[in-house]
Design a protein. Sequence first.
Lengths: 120, 130
Amino acid sequence: MVEIIREGAAPARAVVSGRTVVMSRTRRVVWETPGLVLADQVKGLPGVLYVFERLDPDRYAVFVVLQGADESALDAVFDAERELYERFPAIPFDVRVLSHGERAGLEGLRSSSVVLLDRA
Amino acid sequence: MSSSPEVKSFLLADNVFQDAQGKWCIIGAFDRIVAAKFPCKHPALGLFFKVADAVGEFDVSVEFHDSAGRKLSQIEGLRVRIPDRLSEPGFGLTAYDLPIPKAGTYYVRLFFNRAPARGQDIRLEASHGG
């Protein structure tokens, strides 16, 4: 946790790990959606090729496309998915895991979704 | 006891930063995003807000909603301290990678300690263009 402190006209200070530093730039943050967080968590796993996110009428659909992923990578994707439900209680979503190939319909996903991870 | 801050200003801009003298620089304020195609991801968005009538420490979150009131994305993990009720401090953020699913009307909303801030949301129009 970074604490942003602004007092009077003095420059903002941030307390990071108990140390006070002067902020000469703004705090940098990242928007969070289920897909963005999942993509960040699985980007280092072997066999994870793409992550797409599409807003369907009632929920986000997050697509994880795998190629040659082993059992442990698959388990890691599902573990990450479970954590998302606690992190986003107010954002309905589901996660779909696809094998890279004809059925993945990559071109359709590319045009209808935001590409969050592309390791191809 | 801490009361929820009143939002005096809330702006989106291309760049929000603080100079060496502590002045906030808000460059390229906007309320419309034009994209060649949707869905898209807006690479960087500056947010500036100025608050008043509060004292204490507050967890701050920012939410992005569509026109139906659905929460689409969020920023969490921020904490601000307002030392003096008479002060009107400003805070700036640069937020990256906002997914925008389609053209339409969206709202950016501020929350303090998980309660909606007193003040106006930002209305953001996303449309097709060049």
